[in-house]
Design a protein around this ligand. Sequence first.
Ligand SMILES: Nc1ncnc2c1ncn2[C@@H]1O[C@H](COP(=O)(O)OP(=O)(O)OP(=O)(O)O)[C@@H](O)[C@H]1O
Ligand SMILES: O=P(O)(O)OC[C@H]1O[C@H](OP(=O)(O)OP(=O)(O)O)[C@H](O)[C@@H]1O
Length: 320
Amino acid sequence: MDLLSESLKGRLLFAIPKKGRLYEKCIELLSGADIQFTRSNRLDIALSRNHNLALYVYSFGYSTPSYPRRYSVFLPASDIPRFVGEGNVALGITGQDMIAEANVQDLVTEVLPLGFGKCRLQIQTPERGPLQSLESLGGKTIGTSFDVLAGKFFSEQDAQRGDGKQTKVEYLDGSVEAACTLGVADAIVDLVESGETMRAAGLHAIHTLMTSEAVLIQSNKQVDNDAHKQLIKKIISRIKGVQAAKKYVLCNYNIERKHLDQAIQFTPGRRAPTVSPLEDDGWVAVSSMVERKQLAESMDGLENSGAHDILVIALDNCRV
Ligand SMILES: Nc1ncnc2c1ncn2[C@@H]1O[C@H](COP(=O)(O)OP(=O)(O)OP(=O)(O)O)[C@@H](O)[C@H]1O
Ligand SMILES: O=P(O)(O)OC[C@H]1O[C@H](OP(=O)(O)OP(=O)(O)O)[C@H](O)[C@@H]1O
């Protein structure tokens, strides 16, 4: 048995992208969940120091023939959903776009949306010109890295139009946004977040195929190993904790008891606020979790209700 197989033996496998848009956030998430790991220079496999876990850190490129496929590490990022789907890897972090492109929606469960990597997969055409509608793309050439999704979409469009024109979907590995200018394609299907890349290439979106964000996925394949089952539960729960800590803050304030009912409308908490008496008669201290995105509204409401000493505390981690 080679060294790699030996060190992976019995470990649960968790796949994350090696680089690109999702990488930094994934590392942050793992650190928040206290999944410590050591990454070897030679291999994109990291063995966890504190869990019976190995991280597969995937990137673009193809497997080198010297490693058996099961352990190959340089794989397309889209292999994360496929490997999780097939059960070779128990958990993974990837984009919903990648799951749809790999067509493994039935083989994986999206355990948790992660709130980053938010983007839209859009059909883009030159801002000026005749191609301003889906109809007008019939029989044209579409450049994309999402040839499965685009292929499916345009063959449905072709069938719906029924004019006999076949739209051609051309796979492009990168620089998709340059395809129209270079004359390689009439339109493209690519990801858009701010729209800066699209606008810089003189393109605009005429249709959205899907919206996407990064998600934690779990294989639907049955796990027989009890220790692995426990570890999967633990990892999911820890990642949920890190996510919840980002979503909420703890809001503390003092208020006269007579104004309490009004104030807690703005800080109802997840279950209920904690209300404790103060030494000062007639006053109470309130502590409540508040969604970060509603914080400003809640604080305005508290101030107007007569709350004093409003303190907002960020959470490092939590289990809710
Ligand atoms: N502009 C963007 N904004 C937000 N999320 C994005 C954006 N582009 C891509 N993503 C998300 O991140 C995932 C990975 O995209 P990225 O472009 O980093 O992949 P990659 O092509 O594997 O990496 P690289 O470009 O470094 O080779 C996408 O599948 C998508 O879910
Ligand atoms: O709408 P925007 O905010 O401009 O983002 C869109 C760009 O982001 C993605 O590419 P990325 O920058 O990740 O690099 P890549 O093309 O090498 O994958 C996508 O392919 C677009 O090119």
